[in-house]
Design a protein around this ligand. Structure first.
Ligand SMILES: Cc1cc2nc3c(=O)[nH]c(=O)nc-3n(C[C@H](O)[C@H](O)[C@H](O)COP(=O)(O)OP(=O)(O)OC[C@H]3O[C@@H](n4cnc5c(N)ncnc54)[C@H](O)[C@@H]3O)c2cc1C
Length: 271
């Protein structure tokens, strides 16, 4: 997923003993059947490493030797005549070539997406918008159970945070409600104080006024509190974890067998 020119290498240039050297040839040999199962598009077109002088011919021999150490089969050094018979369009100054009939090519995007789709078909849950911050082996049994604990940080795209922010902002109705309650509270408090101090007003009317003041003041404070808490929010902290798990539906008629009946899931469906 990082960078790729789509070559399915044969494994003759990997440093012997390295992990790449160990898996390259074995992986190369899996591509044809993998393509039959996942249908990402694969061509086994072979490769030619060209040499233009004696020094480079020496390098071809080194690559051939490396390949043999790595277990790569079918490698062959072609002389000029053999090279041009096989591929007349190569540079006319080439004098020899290392040929690997097993090198191939894929469209890296299709390949990566096919692997992700297949993983999901097999029960993997894809969790996007995460930055992994730690990976630790789960302790317990002697060798553990092969599980890992992954620490991660949610990362939300700007537009998503913005849409959440818009959703939380007070709308016209809420603003109007807030203003009317604040206004009536102010009026009620003003009138109430006037009525409470007025000796001509009887005790029942005074108590009614007091109740009204308390009720409206509570509503007013509630509205102010609500208003002050309606600012921007980081959505991720509020969303239950389950709802952030994206699941890809199994393709209609798909049976995981790669028998050709299943339809591909589009990138949009996946995301
Ligand atoms: C220009 C170029 C061309 C290449 N061409 C070929 C080729 O033709 N054939 C070939 O076989 N190989 C090629 N390679 C090598 C190939 O790209 C790598 O070997 C391969 O991508 C390694 O795969 P990976 O899955 O191990 O790692 P990566 O492809 O590097 O994938 C790691 C992923 O993890 C993500 N990531 C990193 N840190 C975090 C984090 N903290 N939280 C969450 N995600 C994170 C990265 O964004 C990345 O998407 C090429 C490399 C380059 C640079």
């Amino acid at each position: 997923t990082k960078g790729n020119s789509g070559i399915v290498h044969a494994g003759y240039d990997d440093k012997p003993g390295s992990v790449r050297a160990k898996y390259c040839w074995r992986g190369n040999q899996m591509f044809a059947s993998l393509d039959r199962e996942l249908r990402f598009g694969y061509q086994r077109n072979g490769s030619l490493v060209l040499a233009f002088n004696d020094h480079e011919v020496k390098t071809l021999r080194e690559l051939l030797k490396r390949g043999e150490i790595n277990g790569v089969e079918n490698l062959q050094i072609l002389n000029r005549e053999e090279l041009f018979e096989l591929e007349p369009s190569v540079h006319p100054d080439a004098i020899a070539a290392l040929r690997s009939p097993d090198a191939g090519n894929v469209i890296p995007y299709e390949y990566a997406i096919a692997l992700a789709e297949n993983a999901v078909d097999n029960g993997v849950e894809v969790r996007i918008r995460r930055e992994v911050t730690s990976i630790q082996k789960v302790r317990g049994k002697k060798d553990g159970d092969g599980s890992f604990e992954i620490g991660m940080r949610h990362w939300e795209p700007e537009e998503y945070v913005e849409s959440q922010r818009r959703g939380k902002q007070p709308n016209v109705v809420r603003r109007a409600t807030f203003c009317s309650i604040a206004l009536s509270t102010t009026v009620a408090i003003g009138m109430g104080i006037y009525m409470l101090l007025d000796p001509k007003v009887d005790a029942k009317a005074k108590m009614d006024t007091l109740y009204t003041i308390v009720a409206l003041a509570c509503a007013g404070f509630g509205a102010v509190y609500n208003y002050l808490n309606s600012g921007p929010k980081i959505a991720s902290s509020k969303i239950p974890f389950d709802q952030l798990v994206e699941r890809v539906p199994r393709p209609e008629g798909g049976d995981n067998s790669g028998g050709g009946a299943s339809k591909k899931v589009s990138v949009e469906e996946m995301l």
